[in-house]
Write a protein that binds this ligand. Structure first.
Ligand code: SF4
Length: 368
């Protein structure tokens, strides 16, 4: 079976946000031209290792658009030359408002980028300040219009809620502002306090506190406002106008194989998962020397895959197959159904509106 999805990790950010747990860093002394060369060399090698029929290509990070226009052009055009592009339907980049110019956007569009996911996070100064973001609200709005003018067929705005100091009212205003721009897709994430982040330390020190009731209220109002505005709620944190779902992410949630390039990138192919070195300098040096940049590999056992399906597929509007439920959990399934948290439809277990707010405990309860 061919691999249809490609992810490329570009780890550079202008500024590191205190809540972020991805592998990223400022480019510092990294030779960005050499970085692009390393990714293209890794891409060319991968072509000989796996049957590839790419349908989606996603550049994330980090901030892919933190690369200069020249480096980004070389990376995007180089990737297009390495792989057979005939079946690619979605070519997506994550972007930060600070890192897009009209000229860069035009270049991206001309090279075939079809979707941009813009990390706005919030539309008010105090929340952006708490998040340590390096852009102002007006800058994000200007960047959004720049992307529109460049003619991308699909533009997504990424937002976050339950941020310390951000009231429900401020979140509603953020949603209203977002809707006034009519993006094709909206990602709305509940802030997670990930270990090894500054936010987690602040939480541990008692400087921040979690409020599940407030989280629930923000989630509810998000569903209400975005669904009323015509967005499909197709995954817990993702909403799309018809025809604008992220095919790449949806394939990942549904367990498709994907190839990852770049430092720290994961690949999952034919029952195996591996990760590249989460160290840009070592990754580049390994690729240059023709040595494998893989740091860890594991088999995806049936049990592991079963657990992952509860963690990923249950979050989607498609739900999980009823056949995944252990017969010993039938009573639990009935009880959750009676409580109005899920329904069974055409052999699939699907969360109700009420159940979506409780996806994690429901997944745990169903696994037993
Ligand atoms: S810009 Fe994005 S990837 Fe970079 S640190 Fe901030 S959240 Fe993380």
């Amino acid at each position: 079976m061919s691999v249809r999805h490609l992810y490329i990790h570009v780890p550079f950010c202008h500024r590191v946000c205190p809540y972020c747990s991805f592998y990223k860093h400022q480019h510092g002394s990294t030779d960005l031209g050499e970085f692009v060369t390393a990714v293209l060399v890794e891409a060319a090698r991968s072509r000989d290792l796996f049957p590839l029929e790419l349908e989606t290509v996603f550049l994330g990070g980090g901030t892919p658009t933190a690369l200069s226009e020249g480096h980004l052009h070389r990376l995007l055009s180089g990737i297009r030359e390495v792989y057979d592009w005939n079946q690619v339907k979605e070519f997506c980049l994550e972007a930060n408002p600070r890192t897009i110019t009209a000229s860069k956007a035009k270049m991206m569009r001309e090279i075939g980028v079809s979707r941009v996911s813009l990390g706005v996070q919030a539309w008010d100064e105090p929340t952006l300040h708490t998040l340590g973001r390096d852009h102002a609200p007006a800058e994000a709005e200007k960047t959004y219009h720049t992307l529109r003018e460049a003619g991308f067929p699909s533009v997504s705005l990424d937002l976050m809620f339950s941020i310390p100091g951000q009231s429900l009212k401020v979140w509603v205003q953020s949603l209203q502002k977002t809707l006034s721009l009519a993006p094709d897709h909206i990602s709305a994430y509940n802030l997670n306090y990930e270990e090894d982040t500054e936010f987690f330390e602040r939480l541990s020190r008692g400087q921040y506190r979690e409020d599940t009731e407030e989280d629930g209220a923000c989630f509810e109002v998000t569903m209400d406002m975005l669904e009323s505005a015509g967005y499909e709620h197709y995954e817990i944190s993702n909403y799309a106008k018809p025809g604008h779902r992220s095919t790449h992410n949806e394939s990942y949630w549904l367990g498709a194989d994907y190839l990852g390039l770049g430092p720290s990138a994961f690949s999952t192919i034919q029952g195996k998962r591996w990760q590249n070195l989460p160290d840009t300098a070592r990754y580049m040096s390994h690729v240059k020397q023709g040595v494998s940049a893989i740091t860890a590999q594991e088999d995806i056992t049936e049990e592991k895959r079963w657990v992952e399906r509860f963690g990923l597929e249950l979050r989607t509007s498609r739900g999980i197959p009823l056949s995944l439920i252990d017969p010993a959990q039938t009573q639990m399934l009935d009880s959750l159904t009676r409580d109005g948290l899920l329904r069974v439809e055409a052999g699939q277990i699907i969360l109700t509106r009420q159940g979506k707010a409780l996806v994690d405990p429901i997944a745990v309860a169903l696994m037993g």
